[in-house]
Write a protein that binds this ligand. Structure first.
Ligand SMILES: Nc1ncnc2c1ncn2[C@@H]1O[C@H](COP(=O)(O)OP(=O)(O)O)[C@@H](O)[C@H]1O
Ligand SMILES: O=C(OP(=O)(O)O)[C@H](O)COP(=O)(O)O
Length: 413
């Protein structure tokens, strides 16, 4: 595999004993209000341990969920999980850039690590805006003077133009953390690979908005898209099936409103490339898994939680005939064993063949260990989802561009 040469600075370029502000991506599944351990913690723990070991005073920024969602919670529990993986104490302060945060930053000594509160609890963080606007927010202007250096380790959030991701490189010397560096190298190299045989992309998960546009851009590289999850139901809706029902969620209708035109045009222009589920699974009145052919669904009365067993077989055949398979997002709610057939079926088919394979997504990659598969049976398991498929299109990721511009000396910071 050709190795990509990043043009940003890394931790190898950072002198020891500095005041360091590091951005991680600890965004993880939350169950009953508590964050679940996840590969993102163990990967970022390596960067955190290295920073502490080098005698830096370390403050960490990270986000969790989106405002209004059930998984939009405090990072207090994240500090504990991260500390276990990193083997160092991780103090937590329930504040991001107010007085309490500044006091805790001021108390840091060499080798100390402090996690600040969920960045998305600050109004300045979220609207996607230009880096210059983000650098001029109170959030960035208050925190930056407290530090000598900014480290971005959040490859999996690098497609977002949020303050904590694109603001600081304008005002502080900036470096890529170890996760940023390794994910960048792996995903960039993968993006430039060419395959003689068929290339398949398994597309599922909840973030349809992240994948629909990317599918349009990947049509030259990918021969067949196998769809499931929320994205799959929205494509079925475009094909005329009454599916994609929101019950206490805004997964379907909002994303349909945002992407209807693109979904319809992808389906129309690339009909031969897009495979949709022929059957779907749901929970029946007795709490068991039941299945129905999509042709027999006449009313939008059920929530579907997985692709059906005929679809599992159809996708299995496509995957086994492929030279390369890319996975983005789960085909069903695999966290519930009853609805894991689609996701586990696709992953098992990949693991049993010697195709080149990449599995992306903080949530989806979790299915590998949950269902006793081995990471060694996949060519690359990325902790990024949206960022990794964006990288496959060859499109730059804004947060990485900012690290590169910083390294090129474009800013005063
Ligand atoms: N039909 C569905 N309805 C609701 N959630 C689904 C459905 N299919 C898959 N999911 C959920 O999608 C999640 C993965 O989505 P996403 O965040 O897009 O992927 P990743 O984290 O892998 O990038 C899984 O946790 C799974 O429960
Ligand atoms: O989990 C993430 O993305 P992913 O689900 O595409 O891997 C990142 O933390 C970005 O989160 P966001 O999609 O709420 O901006």
């Amino acid at each position: 595999m050709a190795s990509a040469s990043p043009s940003f600075q890394t931790l190898d370029d950072l002198a020891s004993g500095r005041r360091v502000l590091a951005r991680l991506d600890l965004n993880s599944p939350v169950e009953d209000g508590a964050v679940r351990d996840n590969r993102r913690f163990s990967r970022h723990a390596e960067t955190v341990a290295e920073l502490a070991d080098d005698g830096h005073r370390v403050a960490l920024l990270a986000h969790q969920g989106r405002p209004g969602d059930d998984d939009f919670v405090s990072l207090e529990g994240h500090a504990e999980v991260l500390a276990e993986h990193a083997g160092v104490d991780v103090e937590f302060v329930p504040d991001t850039f107010g007085e309490a945060a500044l006091a805790a930053i001021d108390d840091l000594e060499a080798g100390d690590v402090l996690l600040l509160e969920n960045t998305r609890m600050c109004g300045d963080e979220l609207p996607e805006e230009e880096p210059e606007t983000k650098a001029d927010t109170e959030f960035v202007r208050t925190l930056a003077p407290e530090f000598d250096a900014y480290v971005n380790d959040a490859y999996s959030a690098a497609h977002r133009k949020h303050a904590s991701l694109v603001g600081f490189p304008l005002v502080l010397p900036s470096y890529a953390g170890r996760v940023m560096e390794t994910e960048y190298e792996a995903n960039t190299a993968i993006a430039s690979r060419e395959f003689d045989g068929d290339v398949t992309m398994v597309v599922g998960g909840t973030k349809a908005t992240d994948v629909v546009g990317v599918m349009e851009a990947l049509d030259e590289k990918v021969d067949t898209f196998c769809l499931g999850g929320v994205a799959g139901e929205l494509f079925l809706r475009a094909a005329g099936y009454p599916v994609g029902r929101d019950v206490d969620t805004d997964l379907f209708d909002d994303q349909w409103a945002d992407n209807e035109d693109t979904i319809r045009s992808v389906l129309e222009d690339r009909e031969g490339q897009v495979r949709l589920a022929s059957d779907l699974a749901y929970e029946d009145d007795d709490g068991d898994r039941a299945e129905v052919a999509v042709d027999d669904v006449d009313e939008k009365e059920r929530s579907f939680l997985d692709v059906g067993s005929d679809t599992v077989d159809e996708y299995d055949e496509v995957i086994r005939g492929s030279e390369a398979v890319f996975v983005k997002g789960a085909l069903g709610v695999f966290e519930d064993e009853r609805f894991s057939d689609g996701t586990v079926g696709a992953l098992s088919a990949i693991a049993e063949t010697d195709c080149f394979s990449v599995v992306g997504g903080g949530d989806t990659s979790r299915a590998i260990e949950m269902y006793g598969l081995s990471e060694d049976d996949f060519s690359h398991v990325s902790i990024a989802g949206g960022a990794y498929i964006r990288a496959l299109t060859g499109e730059p990721l804004p947060a990485i561009e900012l690290l590169e511009r910083n390294a090129a000396g474009e800013f005063d910071g």
